[in-house]
Design a protein around this ligand. Structure first.
Ligand SMILES: Nc1nc2c(c(=O)[nH]1)N[C@H]1C(S)=C(S)[C@@H](COP(=O)(O)OP(=O)(O)OC[C@H]3O[C@@H](n4cnc5c(=O)[nH]c(N)nc54)[C@H](O)[C@@H]3O)O[C@H]1N2
Ligand SMILES: Nc1nc2c(c(=O)[nH]1)N[C@H]1C(S)=C(S)[C@@H](COP(=O)(O)OP(=O)(O)OC[C@H]3O[C@@H](n4cnc5c(=O)[nH]c(N)nc54)[C@H](O)[C@@H]3O)O[C@H]1N2
Ligand code: SF4
Ligand SMILES: [Mo]
Length: 848
């Protein structure tokens, strides 16, 4: 069948399809073709036909998957990108966002000169200054705090910062511990669940190629996910060998739609479903008793006891799924062990009870013994080398020995327990309403006014207020809303113009790392913030300047790579510039917990209660566990075992007077438990061609997706007389437990938004994507078919392709630029960890 006739037949079949009827949409001829491409190192590109083309290996950063790419260059211009076939994770493939990302470089509304505010904060009046002026102004402000002995009043707020090596050197040298980030908006419950169970990577690395059965709780890896693209590639390989995918998503995402089964549970009920599956696995004796006895810190009898209350009937009542489905899926899952894995993402963890939801899901892998096994929930050892793996040029500044509540909030002790996750959705509230004060605020790759809960309201109020934030320097590539509320704008280099040492979970289960390098020089005054920090560091007096003896970030990276051995006759640095990636010469890392500890590791070690310790600087550090008389690595948890019971959680809960005995358990968040019949749950999700707020200024991607109506179920819509395209009013309410909890219904806000009526969503749920509805970031993001607004920070040349072509402008009959739900989503940190419960918001809707 050729492509045309294939499209014709499927189109006809879909049109004629009756409810319940089944058709095949697999283009068989095409599937066979794909099957034959096994060598991912094969380069398959039209670019080879272009004379004089050069390939610069680098790493994409249009989302957090960091796929290896080759930038195609001719005459110092970027023609496009293609996958770097040597990148072990992405294996020579890139997604649409990577190709669209190229337009960020020559964006005519890119900030290319440093700017100083001249009007009132937020008035939008700017004066072009030199970079030297900018270094001096920022250095003077920071120096005031160093001299006054108040370095902690200098705060750095980062989004996707891949240069922690230089930024932390800068902050440590100044003496401030206040480095804020976005992890609690993103993934902190998921990370905490992994740390408390496997004690290792911040998320799982599934061995999908060899897997037979995947249970997906709220992850949309066909479109999103922190390592989605590499996982998707391996999923496709596994699929050809019979891999089955079952997805629990409140919405028919592209992953759900492509799964063998899609179930739409009530939000937050994922933990109940997983615990009921554990109950079935125990009752049906489908567990791996050997793994449990050898490697779990909870006895089999205790497991039997604590899963008892979680019957399939109970899970069915809270989730709305059929009891039979829960039982059947649990049995199917276990029948493929160890080549099966249950995993999660923001759908299950972005809740008040997200930590326990995710812990319950991960535990399923331990019960059936798929942890670390071929085709299973592989992890650890698979983690690639990354930025922290290379030595720092000496001298290295010491970390400040104190902290502040802004950075390490005492009510959320698990937020910084394993890695710095913080609770940044509370930052703006704390600055406004508590004694946490700052003088200097430096923001970098974040768009808090757009991406934060209550961002368009509270965040903006605080950013505007000079009495709360006296000085704000913003590093950005476009005139974002963050930049709008700054005093100095620093024009950053894009990810095509800068260096970074990159690392990600290694999906081949062999450690690797990659180098992002400039494919072209940054235009005009644009400069990587790393270089800007080096120059400011040199201006902060000898006590700080001594840590910045190198002249550029390139030199710094070279120094860090100095311990890399030569390869293929090249120095480590030259090798990385030529190939972009370095994979270690190792076997695939399965069952790393069984790794025997080397003599070198065991030097000066001692064993106490079966756990192997070394004494480092007066502190006992666990490095392994004795198994059959041999010292092995085990898990990096306090017991060195897979922890079903977590003493860390138990003790933390007690210290905060919370109820959590440290066993995975299920409790519906108070708001959702008390939901009334006329109320709905507002959830959010991400688009395949957009990443947060960073892609809306990129013309090709925004031309594809610029509208995001709210998804609403057909039956629900019918009751309220809502049709697709109608406008509805959504009013949200404060949570019933946690931050600013209220017993009564207190409104957060309302918005009016277009409806998309579909069967592809739970009847009591509505869903709005983020990324859109921007009022800043240029004509494309704003959806304004108008001439460029000239500000002194832009380059002279305009992009003529844009003039008159922003056809989605509402004024000219287009759909507009979409909606940002974050003005009505309340700040809602989960207990202990502080993860933002994005998917717990109670709301009411009505037709307008
Ligand atoms: N409603 C809703 N809100 C969400 C989410 C959701 O699913 N729904 N997701 C949450 C998640 S998971 C996360 S991680 C956060 C992310 O939220 P943020 O950390 O705010 O991330 P971005 O939107 O990527 O912010 C990047 C901003 O930095 C700027 N930028 C882009 N490239 C560069 C560059 O090269 N250099 C510099 N200096 N600046 C640059 C751009 O102005 C862009 O807007 O959002 C959260 N917000
Ligand atoms: N294209 C693209 N890729 C990205 C990003 C991006 O913005 N765009 N961002 C990157 C970042 S920072 C992150 S953190 C990851 C996020 O990756 P994911 O977590 O996979 O993506 P999300 O869209 O946040 O959420 C996943 C799914 O959860 C579903 N969901 C919402 N509420 C519930 C619920 O209560 N229960 C269940 N079971 N499901 C629910 C949503 O419908 C959605 O399909 O993606 C990364 N990759
Ligand atoms: S998945 Fe993310 S990192 Fe990978 S190619 Fe796409 S945008 Fe780039
Ligand atoms: Mo994220």
């Amino acid at each position: 069948m050729n492509r045309r006739s294939f499209i014709k037949t499927t189109a006809a079949s879909i049109a004629a399809l009756e409810l319940g009827e089944v058709i095949s949409l697999v283009p068989n001829a095409q599937a066979d073709e794909v099957k034959n491409i096994t060598n991912f190192q094969k380069r398959n590109t039209l670019a080879d036909n272009i004379k004089g083309i050069e390939r610069v290996p680098s790493v994409c950063l249009n989302c957090s998957s960091v796929c290896g790419m080759n930038v195609l260059i001719k005459n110092d211009e970027i023609l496009g990108v293609e996958g770097n076939p040597h990148d072990p994770n992405a294996q020579g493939k890139l997604c649409a966002k990577a190709h669209g990302g190229v337009s960020a470089v020559n964006n005519s509304e890119r900030i290319v000169y440093p700017l100083k505010r001249v009007g009132k904060r937020g008035e939008g009046l700017w004066k072009r200054i030199t970079m030297d002026d900018a270094y001096d102004i920022i250095a003077r402000k920071i120096k005031n705090n160093i001299d006054a002995g108040t370095p902690e009043r200098v705060a750095f707020h980062q989004g996707r910062n891949k240069m922690s090596d230089i930024t932390y050197r800068f902050l440590d040298a100044i003496g401030t511990p206040v480095a804020l980030n976005h992890r609690a908006l993103c993934s902190s419950n998921k990370r905490a669940a992994n740390y408390t169970t496997i004690g290792d990577t911040s998320w799982e690395t599934l061995d999908a190629t060899e897997c037979k059965y995947l249970l997906n709780f709220g992850c949309n890896f066909f479109e999103t996910h922190q390592g989605g693209f590499p996982l998707l590639k391996r999923y496709a390989q596994g699929k050809r060998k019979g891999l089955k995918l079952v997805t629990f998503d409140t919405r028919l995402s592209n992953t759900a739609g492509r799964s063998d089964e899609w179930h739409a549970p009530f939000p937050s009920s994922e933990g109940a479903i997983a615990l009921a599956m554990a109950n079935v696995i125990v009752a049906e004796k489908l567990y791996d008793r050997k793994f449990i006895d050898e490697w779990c810190n909870t006895s089999f009898d205790d497991i039997v006891e604590f899963v008892k209350p979680y019957t399939p009937k109970f899970a069915s009542e809270v989730s709305g799924l059929a009891e039979d489905d829960i039982i059947r899926i649990a049995k199917e899952f276990a029948s493929f062990a160890p080549a099966c894995a249950a995993f999660t993402n923001r759908g299950s963890q972005a809740h008040q009870n997200g930590l326990n939801n995710d812990r319950a899901v991960i535990m399923l892998n331990a019960l059936v013994g798929s942890i670390g096994r071929k085709g299973g929930y592989a992890f650890g050892g698979s983690k690639s080398k990354g930025n922290s793996s290379f030595p720092m040029p000496k001298p290295v500044p010491k970390k400040p020995k104190f902290t502040t509540d802004l950075e390490d909030p005492r009510l959320y002790p698990l937020s910084n327990k394993w890695q710095k996750m913080r609770v940044s959705q509370l930052v703006f509230d704390k600055l406004k309403n508590t004694n946490q004060k700052i003088d200097v605020y430096i923001s970098y790759t974040i768009s808090a006014p757009q991406t934060w809960p209550e961002g368009p309201t509270l965040t903006v109020d605080v950013l505007k207020d000079e009495s709360i934030i006296p000085f704000h320097a913003c590093s950005d590539v476009v005139y974002s809303q963050m930049a709008h509320y700054a005093d100095i704008i620093l024009p950053d280099a894009t990810y095509f113009e800068r260096y970074t040492i990159e690392g990600r979970n290694a999906y081949e289960l062999i450690p690797y790392f990659a180098l992002r390098q400039p494919a072209v020089q940054p235009p005009h005054d644009c400069e990587n913030l790393a270089d800007t920090f080096i120059k400011i560091g040199k201006r902060l007096g000898p006590s700080v300047a001594k840590y910045f003896k190198f002249n550029s970030y390139e030199e710094f990276i070279k120094l860090r790579f100095s311990t890399l051995p030569d390869r293929d006759g090249l120095s480590g640095f030259e090798y990385m510039k030529k190939h972009g990636v370095w994979q270690e010469d190792k076997e695939k890392a399965y069952e790393t917990f069984n790794n025997i500890l080397s003599k070198k590791k065991l030097k000066n070690s001692f064993v106490k209660d079966g756990i192997v310790y070394v004494n480092k600087k007066g502190k006992n550090k666990a490095i392994g566990i004795m198994k059959d008389g041999v010292a092995v690595r085990g898990f990096k948890t306090p017991s060195r075992k897979f922890e079903i019971y977590s003493s860390t959680i138990d003790e933390t809960a007690k210290s905060l007077n919370l109820v959590d005995d440290g066993f995975p358990h299920f409790e519906m968040p108070a708001s959702l438990k008390q939901i009334k019949e006329d109320e709905m749950v507002l959830t959010t999700f991400k688009w395949n061609v957009h990443t947060q707020a960073r892609t809306t200024s990129q013309k090709y991607l925004t031309e594809i997706v610029h509208d995001n109506p709210v998804w609403i179920n057909t039956q629900t819509a019918k009751k309220l007389d809502i049709k697709s395209g109608d406008y509805i009013k959504i009013t949200t309410y404060r949570p019933k437990s946690g931050f600013r909890a209220t017993k009564k219904d207190v409104e957060v806000g309302s918005m009016t938004i277009k409806a998309h009526v579909t069967q592809g969503i739970h009847p009591q749920v509505i869903a709005i994507s983020n990324s859109l509805g921007m009022n800043f970031g240029g004509r494309i993001a704003k959806g304004k078919n108008e001439e460029r607004r000239n500000i002194p920070g832009f380059t002279k040349e305009d992009d003529l392709e844009l003039n008159g072509n922003i056809w989605w402008d509402k004024k000219y009959g287009g759909a507009g630029n979409g909606f940002n739900p974050n003005s009505i989503i309340p700040i809602n940190p989960s207990p202990m960890v502080g993860m933002q419960a994005w998917n717990d918001t109670i709301c009411k809707i009505s037709k307008v």
